[in-house]
Design a protein around this ligand. Structure first.
Ligand code: ATP
Ligand code: MG
Length: 747
């Protein structure tokens, strides 16, 4: 193909980066300026012009989905296969190294990945074994702390013990947890990175091999690499490799998970002859959206400083909606989505972004009610659903009996008469004998130390797994999955759960079988330059790994045209014509934790910048005046970020009825209120209708409320089912209530 096809769709600085002679490069630029595009074209250029083989290229992306897209784009550009190229996330690539060199990494061949949910269970268990009380030693905090150590590349034996008893205990847990993982043959996410780093560090020949193999490494979203990732990258690259790193300091949003913005500065200092390229033209968003984003991020200090401009149209203003509560917010969003789709747009051109996963439930309900297909990224992930984890645990036990976490999960699921007491004694025995729970159970049965009933039940469980294993030999993966859900009684067990839940669980289990049917292995793992026969790693292990690594991204209905729901964090790097940012309220976004830790507020603001810059044509920002979340009702102010957007870019769609007293006649609020909404409402909401079912309330009238007691009506707002009233309660103070729900009794 003609080289000009690689360069034509680029502007000058992009072209400069893509066509530069091989060497270290740093592309530092704001959102939507084409960094990822440069990366893709650079790879194509290296292959096409510099004659690089795909085998010699490694590209690190932010998600597995991004990796797939990158491959697709390169193949499209060059019309060649990218087979042999390593493209993936840090975790995915580290995992690949460990699989290829499990012996040198001191892992069992069939090691498995521990997801964070299972990690938490294991930590809990380890703590209990050490006699530590969960209430005093929150397993979640321990999990976080251990993760932070691993992100920094710190093993327990290297932690300097001061006299601090807290630290001593943490180190003790960390050590015991490491032993437990090693015994069970499992590695958590942080361990993947740490071990892959140690693998290269401690094995000269392996390091030399990969250094020879990869003269080109390219990294997207570089601003979010943590210490261990950067160390791994540097080690792997050595002095000969050319690294292209692209990133944006304003989009660094993983500081809370150990990412180091400073790596950008280190990069320039640590590497030889770094060519730094800045891109300043944004191709993604309307000028309104871009200017709003620029204005918000300008409130941060200590930025590397970048200008971003666009030739794009002004476009529509950003719509701001103040909802009464989270239900109203969801309703508003769903209606706007329906309008958009009615105008002939696809649903997958729409994203709803939120700060916290818990927000998705109400949004989902709203979409379900109107039958709008949607897909969630990173929420409750398919592979993290309870029934799926149960099925996967059976599959794990088939390949690795020593996986204690799986053992504990399914030993009595479905219920088969093995009580918690029995499981406790097995665990105890395992601990005393330093063996897995499986071995402990087998030995205890041999020694007949269990009561007859429990013993029989346990023996049946062990033979069930052995039988499944035997039956699985030479079977296809989907067949094994079928065995694991049917012969174990799992599908019947979940099917019996009441109502829709049971039905959904059964469907999910069936979906697992289809996922297995469609699975054709992870990319070929190669060691020491030669392609290893894929057969060497059983497909089932490859599948279990991909389920752990890919969780949530490769969802079943990937091809259906659906609205995308995700957290702001997982939206990084993506773009959508229509974007909703929901729940833009103080305490939720910025998250309330951010007020306590220095630097976190700026990180929240960067997250806001990421959110705004996902939008191409139209952005809606919504917040709710009252919100039921995490089980309690909160009243938050609109986020400070909203006020940081200049008003000229905003259009407020709130139905605002400026209430002034004379408009209300005592005891006749009903009809007047209806008229009032219609007449004074300033914005384009549908004309309000009066709801005859509502009790007759009057401004200044007295009312009684079941929970808050008696009070005086002081203000009205809105109309119809969304009509609200402010009541000054004698004891509980002033509150806004939705009339149709508050069940107020006029006195
Ligand atoms: P982010 O910081 O969000 O990851 P980015 O800098 O990686 O953004 P891209 O996703 O590569 O930006 O590009 C943003 C959009 O602009 C894409 O739709 C891309 O195709 C388009 N684009 C990039 N460069 C050009 C160009 N020179 N001409 C036209 N469109 C471009
Ligand atoms: Mg990008």
């Amino acid at each position: 193909m003609d080289v000009s096809e690689l360069l034509d769709p680029l502007n000058d600085p992009q072209r400069e980066a893509v066509a530069a002679p091989p060497g270290n490069q740093l592309v530092l630029a704001g959102a939507g300026s084409g960094k990822t595009r440069v990366l893709v074209h650079r790879i194509a250029w290296l292959m096409q012009v510099e004659g690089a083989s795909p085998y010699s290229i490694m590209a690190v992306t932010f998600t597995n989905k991004a990796a797939r897209e990158m491959r697709g784009r390169i193949e499209e550009l060059l019309g060649v296969n990218t087979f042999g190229m390593w493209v993936g996330t840090f975790h995915g690539l580290a995992h690949r190294l460990l699989r290829a060199h499990w012996q040198e990494a001191k892992l069992p061949q069939n090691f498995q990945i521990l997801d964070s949910d299972d990690q938490l269970r294991l930590i809990k268990r380890v703590q209990n074994e050490l006699g530590l009380d969960d209430k005093k030693w929150s397993p979640r905090e321990t999990q976080w702390w251990i993760g932070a150590q691993k992100d920094e590349g710190i093993r327990p034996q290297y932690i300097q013990l001061t006299g601090d008893p807290w630290l001593q205990t943490m180190v003790r847990i960390y050590s015991a947890y490491e032993d437990a993982c090693q015994r069970a043959g499992v590695v958590d996410f942080g361990e993947l990175l740490l071990r892959a780093h140690e693998l290269l560090l401690n094995n000269d020949s392996i390091l030399a091999h990969y250094r020879r193999r990869f003269p080109f490494i390219l990294v997207d979203e570089f601003q979010d690499t943590n210490t261990i990732q950067y160390a791994w990258l540097r080690l792997l690259a050595g002095d000969e490799c050319a690294i292209t790193a692209v990133g944006d300091d304003d989009q660094s949003i993983y500081g809370w998970r150990g990412a180091k913005i400073e790596n950008i500065q280190h990069f320039e200092a640590d590497l030889k002859d770094v060519q730094t390229v800045r891109l300043e033209q944004n191709y993604r968003s309307t000028s309104t959206i871009l200017n709003a984003a620029n204005a918000v991020i300008a409130h941060n200090s200590g930025r590397l400083g970048k200008e971003l401009w666009t030739e794009g149209d002004k476009g529509e203003p950003i719509s701001l909606y103040s909802a009464y509560n989270e239900q109203d917010e969801a309703r508003f969003i769903v209606e706007r989505i329906q309008d958009w789709v009615r105008d002939g747009n696809r649903r997958d051109s729409i994203a709803i972004l939120y700060r916290s996963n818990a927000q998705s439930r109400v949004l989902e309900e709203g979409l379900l009610r109107e039958q709008v297909p949607y897909r969630i990224y990173g929420g409750q992930r398919f592979y993290e659903r309870m029934e799926i984890k149960n099925a996967l645990s059976y599959m794990r036990l088939i390949t690795n009996r020593h996986d204690d976490t799986s053992f504990e999960r399914v030993v009595n699921t479905p219920t088969r008469g093995i009580g918690a007491r029995t499981v406790d004694t097995v665990r105890q025995f395992a601990r005393e004998h330093g063996c897995s729970m499986w071995d402990a159970a087998a030995k205890m049965l041999q020694q007949k130390v269990l009561a007859a009933r429990a013993g029989n039940a346990l023996a049946n469980f062990l033979s069930l797994i052995d039988a499944l294993d035997e039956e699985s030999t030479d079977k296809t993966l989907d067949h094994i999955a079928e065995l694991a859900i049917e012969q174990t009684g799992l599908i019947d067990f979940h099917g019996k759960e009441k109502g829709e839940k049971g039905q959904t669980r059964v469907e999910n289990l069936q979906e697992l079988v289809s996922a297995c049917r469609g699975f054709d292995g992870l990319p070929t793992v190669d060691a020491d330059g030669e392609a290893v026969d894929e057969e060497e790693i059983p497909l089932i292990n490859q599948f279990l790994d991909s389920a752990a690594l890919d969780a949530g991204e490769g969802q079943a209905d990937e091809f259906e045209d659906a609205v995308q729901l995700m957290t702001l964090h997982s939206a990084k790097g993506l773009e959508f014509p229509l974007v909703f940012m929901a729940g833009v309220e103080e305490n939720l976004f910025p998250h309330k934790m951010s007020a306590q830790e220095p630097g976190r507020m700026e990180e929240e603001r960067r997250l806001c910048y990421v959110g705004i810059t996902r939008a191409m044509q139209k952005l809606y920002i919504t917040y709710a005046e009252s919100r039921r979340l995490f089980g309690s009702e909160t009243y938050n102010k609109p986020s400070r970020f909203v006020s940081e957007i200049p008003v000229e870019y905003i259009h407020e769609v709130r139905l605002k009825t400026e209430v002034s007293k004379p408009l209300f006649q005592p005891n006749s609020y009903g009809k007047d209120w209806g008229k009032l909404g219609g007449g004074v409402g300033q914005f384009s909401d549908p004309a309000p209708e009066f709801d005859d079912d509502l009790p007759p309330l009057a401004l200044g009238g007295r009312v009684d409320h079941a929970k808050f007691g008696e009070g005086t009506v002081v203000q009205f707002e809105g109309s119809g089912p969304r009509a609200r009233v402010q009541v000054n309660f004698d004891d509980a103070g002033a509150k806004w209530l939705v009339v149709s729900m508050a069940k107020l009794q006029p006195l």
